[in-house]
Ligand binder design. Structure first.
Ligand code: GSH
Length: 219
């Protein structure tokens, strides 16, 4: 097997620590039991020709496996999952449903969550911003209610942990500074269950290690 290398930021501000999307790839690799190296980058590297050859938008993560270069965290997780029983069931129907829910995590649940995240980081206090925020929260609540219905009475989206749970958990984590997940006990318990997995803990520690090593001294 060729050496696997995953790009990650050398440092990001605290609001983003534990949320950068290389976490998804690290977690998938840990679940699959595949060793990997990091390619740590800084803001100055993002638009270099060398990095754009790996990730055309200059973002994290990029994934190298020998000659194969991939980007988009969802596509990378799918690539790993297709090769690992730990992330993808063998039954054809369950595989197809797992992929459906992977797309649902990234295409249906994540967009309004990212919109809210963007609004909250801007912290505009005007009436238009408040109305937009209310609308975003309304959309998120609808998506979370549907997800809660799927998870009611089950531990995972399928009858076992899959790549769909991995992606969904990393999407729900983006809401960590709000009460939106906490106020739905089924979802709160689901996130805690997934985040208690040893592979998640290792992946998170892997992302955090360079942030701790490169922490900027407080002035
Ligand atoms: N859809 C992409 C999004 C990647 C993305 O937004 N990466 C963020 C970190 S989580 C990033 O690199 N942000 C810096 C930038 O866009 O300049 C994926 O899932 O891989």
């Amino acid at each position: 097997m060729s050496t696997i290398r995953v790009s990650a930021f050398r440092w990001v501000p605290p609001f983003a620590q534990g949320l950068v999307r290389d976490l998804r790839v690290r977690w998938a690799l840990e679940e699959a039991g595949l060793a990997y190296e990091e390619r740590l980058i800084g803001r100055e590297d993002q638009l270099s020709e060398a990095y754009l050859n790996l990730q055309p938008f200059g973002q994290v993560p990029a994934y190298e496996e020998g000659e194969l270069v991939l980007f988009e965290s969802g596509a990378i997780v799918l690539h790993i999952a297709e090769r690992s029983d730990a992330l993808m069931p063998s039954d054809p129907g369950a595989r197809a449903r797992t992929k459906t829910w992977m797309f649902a995590a990234l295409n249906t649940v994540e967009p309004p969550i990212m919109f809210l995240n963007m609004l909250d980081r801007r912290q505009d206090g005007d009436a238009a911003a408040k109305a937009l925020r209310l609308a975003a929260v309304g959309e998120i609540k609808k998506r979370l209610a549907s997800l809660r219905s799927r998870l009611d009475g089950r531990e995972y989206i399928e009858d076992r942990f899959t790549a769909a749970d991995l992606l969904m958990t990393t999407v729900l984590r983006i809401l960590r500074d709000t009460d939106l997940v906490a106020e739905i006990p089924v979802l709160e318990a689901y996130c805690q269950r997934c985040e208690a997995r040893p592979a998640f803990r290792k992946a998170l520690a892997g992302q955090m290690a360079p942030f701790i090593a490169n922490a900027q001294p407080k002035m």
